[in-house]
Design a protein around this ligand. Structure first.
Ligand code: UT7
Length: 325
């Protein structure tokens, strides 16, 4: 007998060239490098160039993930893009990435779960693979959040950045007694009663405009650590592991204090926590795969490591995925 698993073939990340520093932001709104670093832990963020769209960022990350995987675009039969900032209302950004990669077959669609988007997309791709609907998937988190920011609102404009991350996962039939590999367990949650604590005041059906981000920051913060730790414990339970088994924790990069709070509550040593919020800021659905791509590229995450991904954001949505690398 065998068991079907989605194994990780490779990851890649892409950041647009332009860097926006805290000092530059302090010249735009009433803020300071000191406040941003102390309260959030961000030093700088990347901003997409004019004419550079979410699909362009996603495409670059996808190319890097394909290269790292040794998989050709032609072998991909599922593309999921997690994004809150699609190029167009429709078609999906995934369809555009598919076209730019020259792929004519398989499936492509977007997932909208805001900052939890990548974790939702990975769990979805894993389910498609396990159910026989797909064999090799490109899972992308890509955002041009700078386009939905009110650049006069200091409570939100200092927090976000643009970027993309991608992962190639592939169906593997492992012998029943073979060591575990790939996506071991995922847990996804949402509670729409919190929708207006973090939302955009526009959309095709309401205003006909894209709108701007609004957030009750302290309210989101208040919920974050508890929800993150709950879903991490559920995911570990499902797979029969404990926090002590984890080699790496790769959380959504919204705020250094939230990441440290969750890490402490879980009892994880800080050396096991991947932190990129200082150089990426909050890139929403791109944040987890971007952080992963950094920790894989610098050699921290290695084959055989047990890795916990986690995210929480608008909706509220939250979720986690446990991976044997
Ligand atoms: O990715 C989705 C999930 N998102 C999150 O997880 C974000 C969660 N929330 C947070 O990370 C934090 O709540 C923020 C970073 C957004 C804000 O930090 P905070 O420690 O909760 O600050 P606060 O909103 O309570 O504001 C404290 C003070 C206020 O001034 P007063 O009323 O005490 O005089 C704000 O007006 O800081 C002020 N403030 C700022 N000062 C300088 C707010 N934004 C800024 C700013 N620069 N950019």
């Amino acid at each position: 007998m065998t068991k079907t698993r989605s194994i990780i073939r490779g990851v890649g990340g892409y950041l647009p060239e332009k860097v926006l520093t805290n000092a530059e932001l302090a010249a735009m709104v009433d803020t300071s490098d000191e406040w941003i670093q102390q309260r959030v832990g961000i030093k700088e963020r990347h901003i997409a160039a004019e004419g550079q769209y979410t699909s362009d960022l996603g495409l670059e990350a996808a190319k890097k993930a394909l290269e790292a995987s040794g998989v050709s675009a032609d072998d991909i039969d599922l593309i999921i893009v997690a994004t809150t900032t699609p190029d167009y209302t429709f078609p999906s950004t995934a369809s555009i990435v598919q076209m730019k990669l020259g792929i004519h077959h398989g499936m492509a669609f977007d997932i909208q779960a805001v900052c939890s988007g990548f974790v939702y997309a990975l769990a979805t791709a894993d389910s498609y693979i396990k159910n026989g609907l797909a064999t090799r998937a490109l899972v992308i988190g890509a955002e041009t959040f700078s386009r939905i920011i009110d650049w006069t609102d200091r409570t939100t404009c200092v927090l976000f950045g643009d970027g993309a991350g991608a992962m190639v996962i592939e169906k593997a039939e492992l012998a029943d007694d073979a060591p575990e590999q790939g996506v071991l367990a995922s847990a996804l949650r949402s509670d729409g009663h919190h929708w207006d604590k973090l939302y955009v005041d526009g959309g095709p059906s309401t205003t006909g405009t894209a709108g701007h981000v609004h957030m009750q920051g302290p309210e989101v913060f208040r919920h974050a650590v508890g929800k993150i730790t709950d879903v991490v414990y559920s995911t570990l339970d499902k797979a029969g592991y404990t926090v002590a088994d984890l080699d790496w924790f790769v959380p959504h990069q919204a705020n250094k204090r939230i990441i440290e709070g969750a890490g402490n509550k879980l009892g994880l040593p800080s050396e096991k926590v991947v932190m990129t919020v200082d150089i990426h800021a909050n890139t929403s659905a791109a944040s987890v795969p971007l952080a992963l791509s950094v920790a894989v590229a610098d050699g921290r995450i290695k084959s055989g490591d047990l890795v916990m991904l986690e995210a929480m954001g608008g909706g509220f949505t939250w979720g986690a995925s446990l991976i044997r690398w």
